[in-house]
Unconditional design. Structure first.
Ligand code: SR1
Ligand code: MG
Length: 425
Protein backbone atom coordinates (compact mmCIF):
# COMPACT_ATOMS: atom_id res chain seq x y z
CA UNK A 1 0.00 0.00 0.00
CA UNK A 2 2.93 2.34 -0.57
CA UNK A 3 2.61 5.24 -2.95
CA UNK A 4 5.69 7.27 -3.74
CA UNK A 5 4.52 10.72 -4.77
CA UNK A 6 7.19 12.73 -6.54
CA UNK A 7 5.41 16.05 -7.10
CA UNK A 8 4.63 18.06 -3.96
CA UNK A 9 1.17 17.21 -2.68
CA UNK A 10 -0.35 18.18 0.67
CA UNK A 11 -0.99 15.24 2.98
CA UNK A 12 -4.36 14.51 4.52
CA UNK A 13 -5.10 12.39 7.58
CA UNK A 14 -6.47 9.81 5.13
CA UNK A 15 -3.41 9.65 2.83
CA UNK A 16 -0.63 9.51 5.41
CA UNK A 17 -0.57 5.70 5.68
CA UNK A 18 -0.23 5.35 1.91
CA UNK A 19 2.15 8.26 1.41
CA UNK A 20 4.51 7.60 4.31
CA UNK A 21 4.00 3.90 4.95
CA UNK A 22 7.24 2.92 3.17
CA UNK A 23 9.54 5.20 5.17
CA UNK A 24 11.69 3.04 7.40
CA UNK A 25 12.40 5.74 9.99
CA UNK A 26 8.67 6.14 10.60
CA UNK A 27 7.89 2.42 10.48
CA UNK A 28 10.48 1.90 13.21
CA UNK A 29 8.66 4.35 15.49
CA UNK A 30 5.05 3.47 14.69
CA UNK A 31 5.26 -0.20 13.74
CA UNK A 32 5.69 -1.62 10.22
CA UNK A 33 2.00 -2.16 9.46
CA UNK A 34 0.87 1.24 8.18
CA UNK A 35 -2.75 0.04 8.06
CA UNK A 36 -2.70 0.32 11.81
CA UNK A 37 -1.53 3.95 11.83
CA UNK A 38 -4.02 6.67 12.70
CA UNK A 39 -3.49 10.34 11.84
CA UNK A 40 -5.18 13.54 12.90
CA UNK A 41 -4.43 17.06 11.78
CA UNK A 42 -3.78 19.27 14.79
CA UNK A 43 -2.11 22.33 13.24
CA UNK A 44 -3.28 25.53 14.89
CA UNK A 45 -0.42 27.73 13.75
CA UNK A 46 -0.50 30.34 11.02
CA UNK A 47 1.31 28.49 8.26
CA UNK A 48 1.47 24.68 8.10
CA UNK A 49 -0.19 21.31 8.32
CA UNK A 50 0.68 19.34 11.48
CA UNK A 51 -0.38 15.74 12.01
CA UNK A 52 -0.05 13.44 14.99
CA UNK A 53 0.38 9.94 13.59
CA UNK A 54 0.01 7.03 16.00
CA UNK A 55 0.76 3.35 15.46
CA UNK A 56 1.10 0.29 17.69
CA UNK A 57 4.62 1.28 18.79
CA UNK A 58 4.27 5.02 19.31
CA UNK A 59 3.57 8.40 17.74
CA UNK A 60 5.33 10.93 15.53
CA UNK A 61 4.63 14.45 14.36
CA UNK A 62 4.44 15.09 10.63
CA UNK A 63 4.74 18.75 9.75
CA UNK A 64 4.23 19.79 6.14
CA UNK A 65 4.47 23.26 4.68
CA UNK A 66 1.59 24.49 2.55
CA UNK A 67 2.33 26.62 -0.51
CA UNK A 68 0.48 29.53 1.08
CA UNK A 69 -0.11 31.20 4.45
CA UNK A 70 -2.70 29.01 6.16
CA UNK A 71 -3.99 31.90 8.28
CA UNK A 72 -4.86 33.94 5.19
CA UNK A 73 -5.41 31.40 2.40
CA UNK A 74 -4.02 30.82 -1.08
CA UNK A 75 -4.19 34.53 -1.90
CA UNK A 76 -0.86 34.74 0.02
CA UNK A 77 1.59 32.25 -1.55
CA UNK A 78 4.57 31.20 0.55
CA UNK A 79 7.52 29.04 -0.57
CA UNK A 80 7.66 25.43 0.52
CA UNK A 81 11.36 25.90 1.11
CA UNK A 82 10.63 27.05 4.65
CA UNK A 83 10.59 23.36 5.65
CA UNK A 84 14.21 23.18 4.46
CA UNK A 85 15.17 26.13 6.67
CA UNK A 86 13.32 24.66 9.63
CA UNK A 87 15.12 21.34 9.15
CA UNK A 88 18.52 23.03 9.03
CA UNK A 89 17.75 25.28 11.98
CA UNK A 90 16.60 22.31 14.09
CA UNK A 91 19.84 20.50 13.27
CA UNK A 92 21.92 23.45 14.40
CA UNK A 93 19.86 24.07 17.53
CA UNK A 94 20.11 20.37 18.46
CA UNK A 95 23.89 20.62 18.22
CA UNK A 96 24.10 23.93 20.09
CA UNK A 97 21.71 23.07 22.94
CA UNK A 98 21.22 19.29 22.95
CA UNK A 99 17.83 17.98 24.03
CA UNK A 100 15.98 21.27 23.60
CA UNK A 101 14.40 20.69 20.19
CA UNK A 102 12.45 17.70 18.84
CA UNK A 103 14.49 14.91 17.28
CA UNK A 104 14.10 14.68 13.51
CA UNK A 105 13.34 11.22 12.09
CA UNK A 106 12.90 12.04 8.41
CA UNK A 107 13.04 15.03 6.08
CA UNK A 108 11.62 15.22 2.55
CA UNK A 109 12.52 18.47 0.89
CA UNK A 110 10.31 17.89 -2.18
CA UNK A 111 7.25 17.27 -0.04
CA UNK A 112 8.32 20.05 2.38
CA UNK A 113 7.76 17.72 5.30
CA UNK A 114 9.57 16.91 8.51
CA UNK A 115 8.77 13.85 10.60
CA UNK A 116 9.82 14.45 14.16
CA UNK A 117 9.49 13.49 17.78
CA UNK A 118 6.00 13.67 19.28
CA UNK A 119 6.37 15.68 22.45
CA UNK A 120 4.08 14.18 25.03
CA UNK A 121 2.56 15.14 27.46
CA UNK A 122 3.85 18.59 26.52
CA UNK A 123 1.46 21.44 25.81
CA UNK A 124 2.02 24.75 24.06
CA UNK A 125 3.25 27.23 26.66
CA UNK A 126 0.77 29.89 25.53
CA UNK A 127 -2.11 27.60 26.57
CA UNK A 128 -0.48 26.97 29.88
CA UNK A 129 0.01 30.67 30.56
CA UNK A 130 -3.69 31.22 29.95
CA UNK A 131 -4.53 28.41 32.35
CA UNK A 132 -2.32 29.94 35.04
CA UNK A 133 0.09 27.00 35.25
CA UNK A 134 3.64 27.34 36.60
CA UNK A 135 6.58 25.52 35.09
CA UNK A 136 9.69 24.59 36.98
CA UNK A 137 12.89 25.16 35.06
CA UNK A 138 11.24 27.11 32.24
CA UNK A 139 13.29 30.27 32.69
CA UNK A 140 16.51 28.35 33.17
CA UNK A 141 15.95 26.29 30.02
CA UNK A 142 14.99 29.30 27.91
CA UNK A 143 17.80 31.53 29.20
CA UNK A 144 20.30 28.80 28.38
CA UNK A 145 18.67 28.01 25.03
CA UNK A 146 18.97 31.66 23.99
CA UNK A 147 22.56 31.97 25.18
CA UNK A 148 23.74 28.69 23.69
CA UNK A 149 22.02 28.85 20.31
CA UNK A 150 22.72 32.55 19.85
CA UNK A 151 26.34 32.61 21.08
CA UNK A 152 27.29 29.46 19.19
CA UNK A 153 26.05 30.89 15.88
CA UNK A 154 28.22 34.02 16.01
CA UNK A 155 31.67 34.93 14.81
CA UNK A 156 32.62 34.79 18.48
CA UNK A 157 32.33 31.01 18.36
CA UNK A 158 32.14 29.63 14.83
CA UNK A 159 34.87 29.21 12.29
CA UNK A 160 34.49 32.07 9.84
CA UNK A 161 34.19 30.00 6.60
CA UNK A 162 31.51 27.73 8.09
CA UNK A 163 29.59 30.72 9.40
CA UNK A 164 29.74 32.56 6.09
CA UNK A 165 28.45 29.50 4.24
CA UNK A 166 25.66 29.13 6.79
CA UNK A 167 24.77 32.78 6.53
CA UNK A 168 24.45 32.40 2.75
CA UNK A 169 22.22 29.34 3.20
CA UNK A 170 19.77 31.06 5.55
CA UNK A 171 19.86 34.32 3.58
CA UNK A 172 17.59 32.52 1.12
CA UNK A 173 14.79 32.46 3.69
CA UNK A 174 13.67 35.66 2.02
CA UNK A 175 9.90 35.43 2.16
CA UNK A 176 9.67 34.53 5.85
CA UNK A 177 12.12 37.28 6.65
CA UNK A 178 9.94 39.63 4.63
CA UNK A 179 6.93 38.65 6.78
CA UNK A 180 8.83 39.64 9.92
CA UNK A 181 10.12 42.87 8.40
CA UNK A 182 6.61 43.96 7.43
CA UNK A 183 4.41 42.52 10.15
CA UNK A 184 6.65 43.35 13.09
CA UNK A 185 8.26 46.62 12.15
CA UNK A 186 6.05 48.45 9.65
CA UNK A 187 2.43 47.27 9.41
CA UNK A 188 1.32 48.39 12.89
CA UNK A 189 2.22 51.98 12.06
CA UNK A 190 0.00 52.45 9.00
CA UNK A 191 -3.29 51.14 7.70
CA UNK A 192 -1.88 47.87 6.30
CA UNK A 193 -4.48 45.68 4.60
CA UNK A 194 -4.46 42.75 7.03
CA UNK A 195 -4.14 44.74 10.25
CA UNK A 196 -6.86 44.44 12.85
CA UNK A 197 -7.32 45.59 16.41
CA UNK A 198 -10.00 45.64 19.08
CA UNK A 199 -12.23 48.41 17.82
CA UNK A 200 -13.54 50.93 18.69
CA UNK A 201 -11.90 50.55 22.12
CA UNK A 202 -8.33 50.93 20.85
CA UNK A 203 -9.01 53.33 17.96
CA UNK A 204 -7.65 56.31 19.88
CA UNK A 205 -4.34 54.72 20.83
CA UNK A 206 -3.89 53.24 17.35
CA UNK A 207 -4.35 56.68 15.78
CA UNK A 208 -1.98 58.16 18.34
CA UNK A 209 0.69 55.57 17.64
CA UNK A 210 0.49 56.18 13.90
CA UNK A 211 1.12 59.87 14.53
CA UNK A 212 3.91 59.16 17.00
CA UNK A 213 7.09 60.10 15.19
CA UNK A 214 9.43 58.94 17.97
CA UNK A 215 7.73 55.55 17.92
CA UNK A 216 7.86 55.14 14.15
CA UNK A 217 11.51 56.15 14.06
CA UNK A 218 12.32 53.70 16.85
CA UNK A 219 10.46 50.87 15.06
CA UNK A 220 12.41 51.56 11.88
CA UNK A 221 15.68 51.65 13.83
CA UNK A 222 14.88 48.18 15.15
CA UNK A 223 13.93 47.04 11.65
CA UNK A 224 17.33 48.24 10.41
CA UNK A 225 19.03 46.32 13.22
CA UNK A 226 17.07 43.20 12.30
CA UNK A 227 17.74 43.45 8.57
CA UNK A 228 21.32 44.67 8.65
CA UNK A 229 22.94 42.75 11.47
CA UNK A 230 23.58 39.15 10.52
CA UNK A 231 25.15 38.40 13.88
CA UNK A 232 23.90 34.89 14.59
CA UNK A 233 21.40 32.25 13.51
CA UNK A 234 18.09 33.23 15.07
CA UNK A 235 15.16 30.98 15.81
CA UNK A 236 13.27 33.86 14.20
CA UNK A 237 9.86 33.28 15.82
CA UNK A 238 10.62 32.57 19.45
CA UNK A 239 7.27 33.27 21.05
CA UNK A 240 5.38 31.24 23.66
CA UNK A 241 3.56 29.34 20.89
CA UNK A 242 6.98 27.98 19.83
CA UNK A 243 7.64 26.47 23.26
CA UNK A 244 6.22 23.21 24.58
CA UNK A 245 6.21 22.37 28.26
CA UNK A 246 5.36 19.86 30.92
CA UNK A 247 5.48 20.73 34.61
CA UNK A 248 9.26 20.16 34.53
CA UNK A 249 10.40 20.11 30.91
CA UNK A 250 10.80 22.79 28.23
CA UNK A 251 11.31 22.26 24.49
CA UNK A 252 11.47 24.67 21.58
CA UNK A 253 9.79 24.05 18.21
CA UNK A 254 9.11 25.74 14.86
CA UNK A 255 12.23 27.60 13.73
CA UNK A 256 11.05 28.05 10.13
CA UNK A 257 11.68 31.81 10.34
CA UNK A 258 15.36 31.09 11.01
CA UNK A 259 17.67 33.71 9.57
CA UNK A 260 20.86 35.45 10.62
CA UNK A 261 20.06 38.50 12.73
CA UNK A 262 20.91 40.31 15.97
CA UNK A 263 21.04 38.37 19.24
CA UNK A 264 18.48 40.62 20.94
CA UNK A 265 15.77 39.71 18.44
CA UNK A 266 15.01 36.22 19.77
CA UNK A 267 15.26 37.28 23.40
CA UNK A 268 13.15 40.39 22.83
CA UNK A 269 10.44 38.42 21.07
CA UNK A 270 10.44 35.83 23.84
CA UNK A 271 10.23 38.31 26.71
CA UNK A 272 7.55 40.32 24.89
CA UNK A 273 5.30 37.29 24.76
CA UNK A 274 5.63 36.74 28.51
CA UNK A 275 4.88 40.42 29.10
CA UNK A 276 1.72 40.18 27.00
CA UNK A 277 0.71 37.06 28.94
CA UNK A 278 1.22 39.18 32.09
CA UNK A 279 -1.17 41.87 30.88
CA UNK A 280 -3.69 39.29 29.62
CA UNK A 281 -4.11 37.61 33.03
CA UNK A 282 -7.08 39.67 34.28
CA UNK A 283 -8.94 38.45 31.18
CA UNK A 284 -8.46 34.85 32.29
CA UNK A 285 -8.97 35.25 36.03
CA UNK A 286 -11.93 33.62 37.76
CA UNK A 287 -12.37 36.78 39.82
CA UNK A 288 -10.77 40.22 39.98
CA UNK A 289 -7.24 40.01 41.38
CA UNK A 290 -7.17 36.21 41.35
CA UNK A 291 -4.19 36.09 39.01
CA UNK A 292 -1.98 38.66 40.78
CA UNK A 293 0.40 36.08 42.21
CA UNK A 294 0.60 34.40 38.85
CA UNK A 295 1.36 37.72 37.18
CA UNK A 296 4.30 38.13 39.53
CA UNK A 297 5.42 34.60 38.66
CA UNK A 298 5.44 35.59 34.97
CA UNK A 299 7.55 38.67 35.71
CA UNK A 300 9.86 36.42 37.71
CA UNK A 301 10.27 34.22 34.64
CA UNK A 302 11.10 37.26 32.50
CA UNK A 303 13.76 38.38 34.99
CA UNK A 304 15.18 34.90 35.36
CA UNK A 305 15.41 34.25 31.61
CA UNK A 306 17.45 37.42 31.25
CA UNK A 307 19.62 36.60 34.28
CA UNK A 308 20.32 33.07 33.05
CA UNK A 309 20.94 34.30 29.52
CA UNK A 310 23.56 36.78 30.76
CA UNK A 311 25.21 34.23 32.99
CA UNK A 312 25.36 31.50 30.34
CA UNK A 313 26.45 33.92 27.61
CA UNK A 314 29.24 35.14 29.90
CA UNK A 315 30.38 31.60 30.59
CA UNK A 316 30.44 30.83 26.87
CA UNK A 317 32.29 34.07 26.20
CA UNK A 318 35.00 32.95 28.61
CA UNK A 319 35.19 29.33 27.53
CA UNK A 320 34.19 29.09 23.84
CA UNK A 321 35.38 32.36 22.32
CA UNK A 322 37.35 30.72 19.53
CA UNK A 323 36.08 32.66 16.52
CA UNK A 324 37.40 35.74 14.74
CA UNK A 325 35.90 38.31 17.15
CA UNK A 326 37.60 39.47 20.36
CA UNK A 327 40.22 36.76 19.97
CA UNK A 328 41.90 35.54 23.10
CA UNK A 329 45.22 36.46 21.46
CA UNK A 330 44.24 40.11 21.97
CA UNK A 331 43.19 39.72 25.59
CA UNK A 332 43.68 36.67 27.81
CA UNK A 333 46.80 35.49 25.99
CA UNK A 334 48.40 38.84 26.83
CA UNK A 335 47.31 38.52 30.45
CA UNK A 336 44.48 40.96 29.82
CA UNK A 337 41.42 39.09 31.02
CA UNK A 338 39.94 42.40 32.18
CA UNK A 339 39.80 43.68 28.61
CA UNK A 340 37.78 40.65 27.56
CA UNK A 341 35.44 41.23 30.52
CA UNK A 342 35.02 44.85 29.50
CA UNK A 343 34.11 43.81 25.97
CA UNK A 344 31.65 41.23 27.34
CA UNK A 345 29.97 43.85 29.54
CA UNK A 346 29.61 46.21 26.60
CA UNK A 347 28.17 43.47 24.38
CA UNK A 348 25.63 42.40 27.01
CA UNK A 349 24.62 45.99 27.58
CA UNK A 350 23.99 46.49 23.87
CA UNK A 351 22.02 43.22 23.69
CA UNK A 352 19.89 44.39 26.64
CA UNK A 353 18.87 47.62 24.90
CA UNK A 354 18.20 45.76 21.63
CA UNK A 355 16.13 43.23 23.57
CA UNK A 356 13.92 46.00 24.91
CA UNK A 357 13.48 47.51 21.46
CA UNK A 358 12.58 44.21 19.83
CA UNK A 359 10.25 43.34 22.72
CA UNK A 360 8.41 46.64 22.31
CA UNK A 361 8.01 46.08 18.56
CA UNK A 362 6.73 42.53 19.12
CA UNK A 363 4.12 43.62 21.70
CA UNK A 364 2.79 46.32 19.40
CA UNK A 365 2.61 44.12 16.33
CA UNK A 366 0.83 41.27 18.17
CA UNK A 367 -1.90 43.77 19.07
CA UNK A 368 -2.25 45.82 15.89
CA UNK A 369 -0.87 43.85 12.96
CA UNK A 370 -2.06 40.57 11.35
CA UNK A 371 -1.02 37.81 13.77
CA UNK A 372 -2.34 38.26 17.29
CA UNK A 373 -1.93 36.06 20.37
CA UNK A 374 -4.39 33.63 21.93
CA UNK A 375 -3.96 35.19 25.39
CA UNK A 376 -5.66 38.33 24.12
CA UNK A 377 -7.91 36.78 21.45
CA UNK A 378 -9.52 34.37 23.89
CA UNK A 379 -10.71 37.12 26.22
CA UNK A 380 -14.40 37.25 25.39
CA UNK A 381 -15.26 40.74 26.55
CA UNK A 382 -14.05 43.34 24.06
CA UNK A 383 -13.72 45.90 26.85
CA UNK A 384 -11.62 43.60 29.02
CA UNK A 385 -9.46 42.54 26.05
CA UNK A 386 -8.93 46.15 25.03
CA UNK A 387 -7.95 47.12 28.58
CA UNK A 388 -5.29 44.38 28.66
CA UNK A 389 -4.05 45.17 25.16
CA UNK A 390 -3.86 48.89 25.90
CA UNK A 391 -1.52 48.26 28.82
CA UNK A 392 0.66 46.12 26.60
CA UNK A 393 0.76 48.85 23.98
CA UNK A 394 1.77 51.43 26.57
CA UNK A 395 4.63 49.24 27.76
CA UNK A 396 5.59 48.35 24.20
CA UNK A 397 5.88 52.00 23.25
CA UNK A 398 7.90 52.86 26.36
CA UNK A 399 10.46 50.10 26.00
CA UNK A 400 10.81 50.60 22.25
CA UNK A 401 11.24 54.37 22.28
CA UNK A 402 13.17 54.60 25.56
CA UNK A 403 15.16 51.38 25.17
CA UNK A 404 18.50 53.13 25.67
CA UNK A 405 17.34 54.79 28.90
CA UNK A 406 16.08 51.69 30.71
CA UNK A 407 19.14 50.56 32.58
CA UNK A 408 18.20 47.10 33.75
CA UNK A 409 15.53 44.45 34.16
CA UNK A 410 14.38 45.84 37.50
CA UNK A 411 13.57 49.18 35.85
CA UNK A 412 11.74 47.45 32.97
CA UNK A 413 9.62 45.34 35.33
CA UNK A 414 8.84 48.34 37.55
CA UNK A 415 7.54 50.06 34.45
CA UNK A 416 5.43 47.01 33.56
CA UNK A 417 3.89 47.04 37.05
CA UNK A 418 3.20 50.79 37.02
CA UNK A 419 1.33 50.36 33.75
CA UNK A 420 -0.60 47.34 35.06
CA UNK A 421 -1.73 49.38 38.08
CA UNK A 422 -3.08 52.01 35.67
CA UNK A 423 -0.63 54.64 36.89
CA UNK A 424 0.57 55.53 33.41
CA UNK A 425 -1.91 56.45 30.65
C1 SR1 B 1 1.72 35.36 8.09
S1 SR1 B 1 2.54 34.59 9.37
C2 SR1 B 1 2.18 35.50 10.78
C3 SR1 B 1 3.00 35.19 11.94
O1 SR1 B 1 2.90 33.82 12.26
C4 SR1 B 1 4.18 33.31 12.62
O2 SR1 B 1 4.11 32.58 13.79
C5 SR1 B 1 5.08 34.50 12.75
O3 SR1 B 1 5.08 35.02 14.06
C6 SR1 B 1 4.48 35.45 11.78
O4 SR1 B 1 4.84 36.78 12.01
MG1 MG C 1 5.42 29.00 14.13
Amino acid sequence: MNSIVTEYEPLTAGTIQVRLGHIEAIRERLGPDADKWRASEVGDGNLNLVFIVTGPRGSVIVKQALPYVRLVGDSWPLPLKRAFFEFHALKRQAARDPGMVPEIYHFDEGQALIVMEFLHPHVILRQSLMAGTRHEGLADAMGKFCARTLFRGTDLAMEAPARKRDLALFAENIELCDITENLVFSDPYFDAELNHHTSPQLDDIVARMRRDIDLKVAAQEMKAKFSNNAETLLHGDLHTGSIMVTAQETRVIDPEFAVYGPIGFDIGMLLANFLMAYYAQPGHAASAGARQDYQEWILGVVAEIWRVFQSEFSQLWRSERNGILFQKSLFEDQGDALGAEQALGRRLNAIWHDTLGFAGAEIIRRTLSLAHIAEYDQIESDDMRAACERKGLLLGRQILVNREGIANMQAALDLARIIERGEMG
